[in-house]
Design a binder for this molecule. Structure first.
Ligand SMILES: C[S@@+](CC[C@H](N)C(=O)[O-])C[C@H]1O[C@@H](n2cnc3c(N)ncnc32)[C@H](O)[C@@H]1O
Length: 489
C-alpha cells in the first residue's frame, strides 16, 4: 500500500477548473456578513459559486441540513447554472466528503484543534483546503478567494486564515497524509481512515464485509469519494431503457435491464420523470427489487408486500412489475409524509399504500420486501455528510428494528413464500447478523435462497452466496445487500 491519494484519481472525476475569475463575482466594497452568512448582492468580494458552496456547507453544520436537499435551493437563490453550479456542487460535496482529512490537515497547519476555530472560519478553511488539495484551482486563487470569504463571514479571522491556507498549500494531499496519518503497517485502519477520509469504524465495517481484504477496502473507500452518476429506472411496461437512454442522452445500465445512466443535469425536469415513465433510482436498488420479483415460487403469486416503502422507489418498480404479473402490492410506511411520497410514486399502479408500522402488519403474502431502515453506509457517495453524522451507537436501535421488521415479514409470508431482506449498508451487523438472528428467532422453518442466479447473468463479484453484497467499486451501484429467505412449506 502506498500513500497515494485515491489511486491517482481525484474527486469529481478529475481536478475541476475553478480558477475562473469572472462569472458572477460580486466585487466592490468590503462585505461583512452577520451570523457567518456571506452578504448577498453587491458589496461582497466573494465569488458566487464559492459563496453558494459556503452557504451549503455551513447549513449542513449549523442547521443539520442535508447537502442534497439544501444545495439546489442555494443554487436557485443565487441564480447559478451550468459550470458555476457544477463548481459550487463539487466544492460542497467534495469538502463534505473529505472533511475528516481536511480537518486533520487544517489542525496540523494551524496548530489548533479545528473544534476551537469559529464555525464560519472553519467552514471557509475547509473549502479553501479542499480547493488547494483536490482541485485544479491555482493555489493563489484558492487562497485569495478563501481569504475574501473569511473576510465576509469571520472578519476577525482573516490573518489567521491567510496563514493557515499558505501552510496548507505548502504540501500536496499525499505529503499531508504521509505527515499526519499513522504508518500503514502500524495501523492500516487508521491510515486508510485518514488517507480516504472515512471514520475508522466505517473502514472497519467495510473491511469486515470484504473478508478483511484491505486493498479492496481502500478501493471501496476511494469510490465513496467519487461523484456518482444519477441512475434512472425505466419502468417496465412504460418505457424501454435503451430508448429512454437515447431520449435523455444517457447510457443503458450495465446490469439492470431498467437502468439508464444520466450524464448529469437535473433529472426532475425530464419528461420521462414528469410523465411517470421513469424514476430516479440507483441501479442496485433496481436489481434487488427485481430479484425478489423473479425468485422462484410455487403456488399463488399475486399478493406482494413492501414493508418499508417510503419514499417509494422500489414500490414503484414492484408496482410496474406487478402490472405485468397480475399481482397487487401493499406498500407500508410508518412516516406519514413518506407514505404520501409512496402514493405519488405509485400513482396508476396496482399499489395500495398503508400508513402503518410494518411490525404490526396483518395478512398473508406471497412475496415480501423488507428494505430496512439502516445506517445507509452503502450510499455514502450520494450523501456526503452522512459518514460524519452516523455513529456506531446508531447500530443497536436500528438492528433491533431490522430484526423486528424481518420477523414480521416472516410471520406474514405464506409457507413457501419469499422474503427479500435488503439494506443499503454493507455493515455485517445490519446484514448477516440481522438475517441469522431474525431467522433463528422467528420460530418458522426458513431457508436462505441463493440470490446470485436472480441477478443478471454474468454479473461479476457476487461472492460465494447465498446472499449478495453489491459495491460501488465492483458494480457501480450503491452497496446494497440482499438476502432471500423462504419459509419452508
Ligand atoms: C431504506 S428506506 C426504504 C426505501 C424504499 N423502499 C425505497 O426504495 O424508496 C426505509 C423506510 O422504512 C421506514 N420505516 C422505518 N420504520 C418503519 C416501520 N416500523 N414500519 C414501516 N416502515 C418503517 C422509514 O420511514 C423509511 O421510509
Amino acid at each position: 500500500m502506498t500513500g497515494s491519494f485515491e489511486g491517482g484519481r481525484r474527486s469529481g472525476g478529475g481536478r475541476s477548473d475553478g480558477g475562473r475569475e469572472g462569472g458572477g463575482r460580486f466585487s466592490g466594497r468590503d462585505g461583512r456578513g452577520r451570523d457567518g452568512r456571506p452578504p448577498r448582492g453587491r458589496g461582497s468580494a466573494v465569488d458566487v459559486p464559492r459563496r453558494a458552496a459556503y452557504e451549503a456547507v455551513a447549513a449542513v453544520h449549523r442547521d443539520g441540513a442535508y447537502a442534497n436537499l439544501v444545495l439546489p435551493g442555494v443554487l436557485r437563490d443565487l441564480g447559478l447554472r451550468g459550470r458555476d453550479a457544477a463548481f459550487a456542487t463539487e466544492l460542497t460535496y467534495g469538502t463534505l466528503r473529505q472533511e475528516g482529512t481536511l480537518d486533520a490537515i487544517v489542525a496540523a497547519a494551524s496548530g489548533r484543534e479545528v473544534a476551537r476555530i469559529d464555525p464560519p472560519a472553519r467552514d471557509a478553511l475547509r473549502l479553501g483546503a479542499y480547493q488547494l488539495l483536490h482541485t485544479r484551482v491555482p493555489a493563489h486563487a484558492a487562497v485569495s478567494a478563501t481569504v475574501d470569504l473569511v473576510k465576509a463571514v469571520a472578519p476577525g479571522a482573516t490573518g489567521f486564515a491567510n496563514a493557515v491556507l499558505r501552510e496548507v498549500a505548502s504540501r500536496d494531499h499525499d505529503a499531508w497524509v504521509a505527515q499526519i496519518a499513522p504508518g500503514y503497517d502500524d495501523d492500516p485502519v487508521a491510515y486508510l481512515a485518514v488517507a480516504h477520509s472515512h471514520p475508522q469504524w466505517i473502514v472497519r465495517a467495510f473491511a469486515d464485509a470484504l473478508g478483511g481484504d484491505l486493498d479492496e477496502t481502500a478501493r471501496a473507500l476511494i469510490e465513496d469519494n467519487e461523484r456518482p452518476p444519477v441512475h434512472l429506472c425505466a419502468r417496465p411496461g412504460r418505457a424501454d431503457a435503451v430508448e429512454l437512454a437515447e431520449e435523455v442522452g444517457g447510457l443503458p445500465g450495465a446490469f439492470s435491464p431498467y437502468a439508464v445512466y444520466l450524464p448529469g443535469g437535473a433529472p426532475g425536469e425530464l419528461d420521462a420523470i414528469l410523465d411517470g415513465r421513469a424514476h430516479v433510482q440507483d441501479e442496485g436498488s433496481q436489481l434487488v427489487a427485481a430479484a425478489l420479483a423473479q425468485a422462484p415460487l410455487d403456488g399463488p403469486d399475486d399478493r406482494w408486500l413492501d414493508l418499508c416503502a417510503g419514499p417509494g422507489g422500489k414500490a414503484g418498480l414492484l408496482g410496474a412489475l406487478a402490472v405485468e404479473r397480475g399481482a397487487h402490492v401493499t406498500a407500508v410506511e410508518v412516516t406519514e409524509h413518506r407514505a404520501v411520497l409512496v402514493e405519488q410514486a405509485t400513482r396508476g399502479l396496482p399499489v395500495t399504500v398503508e400508513h402503518a408500522d410494518g411490525r404490526t402488519v396483518e395478512g398473508t403474502f406471497d412475496r415480501v420486501l423488507v428494505d430496512a431502515p439502516c445506517t445507509g453506509l452503502g450510499s455514502l457517495r450520494r450523501r456526503p455528510e452522512s459518514r460524519w453524522r452516523r455513529q456506531p451507537s446508531d447500530l443497536p436501535p436500528l438492528t433491533r428494528l431490522q430484526r423486528e421488521l424481518l420477523g414480521a415479514a416472516l410471520r406474514v409470508v405464506r409457507p413457501g413464500g419469499v422474503v427479500a431482506y435488503v439494506t443499503c449498508s454493507p455493515h455485517p451487523v445490519e446484514t448477516q447478523v440481522t438475517v441469522t438472528e431474525s431467522a433463528r428467532r422467528s420460530g418458522y422453518p426458513v431457508d436462505l435462497v441463493d440470490a446470485r442466479p436472480l441477478l443478471p447473468a454474468g454479473m461479476p463479484g457476487l461472492g460465494s452466496g447465498p446472499t449478495v453484497q453489491l459495491w460501488p467499486h465492483r458494480h457501480g451501484t450503491d452497496a446494497m445487500y440482499l438476502a432471500l429467505l423462504q419459509r419452508s412449506a
